[in-house]
Design a protein around this ligand. Structure first.
Ligand code: ADP
Length: 334
């Protein structure tokens, strides 16, 4: 079915539902707070839906008040939980979800999540005309149509803090470290944390591993008397793949690379100011869009300004990492 930025009559909207879905990300709470407080100030009823699409099916709905979101702006995770719901891929379960929404009097939705969550949201609009606005909440930053997603900045800073600490020990023991960060399909965290952390080389899932280039980087460093090195690798489809990289490096150069996998610590922690600000702006703007009768869109950011992008465009197009930043890491680590 064709999809486009859609409009509806906002006069019919008296209650909105808000939910977080997919992987949690720091800053989701700031987004929930902004949705709830903006909506209540605009005389809408707000219902929190627990655990993403699972909550639709289980009818886990919570009435939200101004005070329901007190003291959460600084907290990581999501007070409404998040998570996956495989049933939602089937139309019959989406019908059940819509029946639950209607019986709870929910007229429109704000979805905080990634592209999977937006695909589900779009289906609700296309199949059942439930107006929906998306806010990008994922640490991966891999959503087309926005320069930043909620949680990315915090995850990068968490990874960076770890890289800085590992650099201290790497320098004291003349060691080569591979630090594995999150990023199954995309290398945004690896690239940002790698450049900011002064990494010599960065491995991302979008590019095949180039052993020759890595060996060159290592040999160049040794030639200049460099005793310690930091490489940053995105986990890719198989977390722990850095051990394979370490083995390859050992075979080619005879050097033992230590591997440090950061894992889920990158998801937690207090959101940075950037993420709180982004989530606050996006959450509030999502409600305003609903009140204007705009839906099937995602709130994005470009430069200083919020943008509104057709959900189908966000889902169809791919956002690419900036190759220039990977090249920059190599130049600056010389
Ligand atoms: P993210 O939103 O972070 O990309 P997922 O890809 O895990 O996370 O998606 C979150 C949830 O969105 C899924 O568990 C499912 O409930 C829903 N979803 C994902 N893809 C679809 C789809 N093709 N159709 C309907 N719902 C979907």
């Amino acid at each position: 079915m064709a999809s486009q930025m859609a409009s509806f009559n906002p006069k019919n909207v008296k209650s909105i539902g808000v939910y977080a879905s997919g992987g949690d990300a720091p800053g989701m709470n700031a987004g929930i707070r902004a949705v709830v407080r903006t909506a209540i100030q605009r005389n809408l009823r707000v219902v929190g839906i627990i655990q993403g699409y699972t909550g639709f099916l289980k009818k886990e709905f919570v009435e939200m008040e101004l005070r329901s979101v007190a003291n959460i702006i600084q907290r990581g995770g999501s007070i409404l939980k998040a998570g996956r719901c495989m049933e939602f891929l089937k139309p019959e379960f989406r019908q059940t979800a819509v029946d639950s929404l209607r019986s709870a009097g929910i007229d429109a939705l704000v979805c905080i999540g990634g592209d999977g969550s937006f695909t589900g949201a779009q289906a609700l609009w296309q199949e059942h005309q439930i107006p929906i606005v998306g806010i990008p909440g994922t640490i991966d930053n891999d959503i087309y149509g926005t320069e930043l997603t909620i949680g990315f900045d915090t995850a990068v800073n968490t990874a960076l803090d770890a890289i800085d600490r590992i650099r201290d020990t790497a320098a004291s023991h003349d060691r080569l470290f591979i630090i594995e960060v999150m990023g199954r399909d995309s290398g945004f965290i690896a690239v940002a944390a790698g450049v900011a952390g002064g990494a010599e080389d960065i491995f991302i899932p979008e590019h095949p591993f180039d052993m020759e280039s890595t060996v060159e980087v290592i040999k160049r460093g040794i030639g200049r008397g460099k005793m310690s090195s930091i490489f940053v690798a995105a986990e890719g489809p198989k977390p722990g793949r850095s051990y394979e990289l370490a083995n390859m490096i050992h075979k080619k150069c005879g050097l033992e690379a230590k591997v440090c996998i950061l894992g889920h610590i990158q998801r937690g922690g207090a959101p940075t100011a950037t993420d709180r600000l982004l989530a606050s702006r996006m959450g509030s703007a999502a409600v305003e869009q609903i009140l204007k009768g705009q839906c099937n869109i995602m709130v994005g950011i470009k430069g200083e300004d919020l943008t509104y992008v057709d959900l189908s465009e966000c889902l169809k197009k791919k956002k690419h990492v900036n190759q220039g930043l990977i090249d920059l890491a190599k130049i600056l680590s010389n």
